[in-house]
Design a protein around this ligand. Structure first.
Ligand SMILES: Cc1cc2nc3c(=O)[nH]c(=O)nc-3n(C[C@H](O)[C@H](O)[C@H](O)COP(=O)(O)O)c2cc1C
Length: 331
């Protein structure tokens, strides 16, 4: 996926899968034994402007070590998974030390290959959220000269675990793109499959929108006509979710894949040209290749497959890279 002349390749990790700087999570080291993320592009975990490291005050639900940024607990109670069915619910709620603290570590600046930073504004009102983004953009502008590699910004407007309804953030995307435009870097908006494809096409029509990333986790109980919550959890009621105490959490894993495919089909009826990075339940090489062949996506992002089927990650990346090499050779 080339955006503004920068090659972000065609296999990426989903934001959140490799922590803020690519070192991953202590619980998911297994992926390194199977070849790690070689051949893919790094997408950082979403940061917010302010720190979210105080679960007791409702600011981020995962306790992180302030030095290593690793989870304090081996099994954080804001993440629930079923290994056999490969499904995950999470309500991490964008835990993190905040943008200034991350930039101060000078680690993104030292990366040598193209990558994405991910940001989400989480203030309660639209005005405050746009102000938060403006502050972040200024901060990034001041630091940009230090960056060794080209990078893009993935603006996340779809996290369902920060007390905001992703559907209500859609109308703000144009203003967010106006604000981030001064950076002059590739801008990607990460939306949910809950977004109306027409609204998504409207976002994509903004001259500064380089690509869409679709989608994020789906909040427990949402899209009941497409996700069999009762079959998966015995209920579609967030108050009875394994993560009920965090409002239900958001679903990741294979049940998202058909929803993603259907969404992309509808989207491509409206807009055939905007680059799309597809994310949600991609658990096999054939899922990824099918999306390239049948839905015209430009990249795929791998999320919970890295935790629940770590031995598949390198195989998927390899298959994606081979697919594009062969295509180039044909040309
Ligand atoms: C524990 C966890 C943390 C996540 N953190 C983020 C995040 O920081 N930013 C983001 O945009 N998405 C985040 N996600 C969502 C993933 O990037 C991805 O969109 C979602 O898991 C669906 O893809 P999958 O089914 O391949 O896992 C997170 C998901 C999980 C399970």
């Amino acid at each position: 996926m080339k955006l503004r002349g920068i090659d972000f390749r065609h296999a990426l990790n989903a934001s959140g899968a490799r922590n803020f700087f690519g070192d991953g999570w202590k619980q998911t080291r297994l992926v390194d034994l199977f070849g790690g993320w070689n051949g893919s592009t790094f997408v950082a975990k979403t940061t917010t402007m302010e720190a979210r490291m105080e679960p007791e005050r409702g600011l981020g639900n995962m306790r992180l070590d302030p030095v290593t940024l690793q989870p304090v607990d081996w099994f954080p109670d804001c993440i629930w998974f079923d290994f056999w069915r490969a499904i995950t619910l999470n309500a991490v709620g964008l835990s993190g030390p905040g943008a200034s603290a991350l930039l101060a570590r000078n680690l993104w600046q030292q990366r040598t290959k193209p990558f994405f930073i991910s940001f989400m504004s989480v203030a309660p009102t639209c005005e405050e959220r746009l102000a938060e983004l403006s502050t972040f953009v200024v901060l990034l502008q001041l630091e940009m000269w230090r960056f060794c590699a080209k990078f893009g910004l993935q603006t996340n407007i779809s996290c369902p675990n920060v007390g905001l309804d992703p559907r209500e953030l859609i109308p703000e995307a144009h203003s967010a793109l106006d604000i981030a435009a001064v950076l002059g870097i590739p801008l990607v908006i990460k939306i949910s499959v809950e977004a109306d494809p027409q609204d998504a096409a409207n976002i994509a029509s903004h001259p500064q929108c380089d690509a869409l990333c679709v989608g994020n986790t789906v909040k427990f109980g949402r899209l009941p006509e497409r996700i069999d919550w009762v079959g998966l959890f015995g209920t579609a009621d967030p108050a009875k979710s394994p993560l009920a105490k965090y409002g239900g959490g958001g679903l990741s894993g294979p049940p998202l894949f058909p929803v993603l495919c259907e969404w992309l089909w509808q989207y491509r009826q409206i807009d055939q040209t905007t680059p799309i990075s597809a994310c949600g339940g991609i658990f096999r090489a054939r899922d990824a290749l099918w999306l390239f062949e049948n839905r015209g996506v430009n990249a795929v992002e791998l999320g919970t497959v890295a935790t629940l089927r770590p031995w598949r990650v390198q195989r998927i990346i390899h298959a994606v890279n081979r697919y594009f090499t062969e295509k180039e050779e044909e040309c």
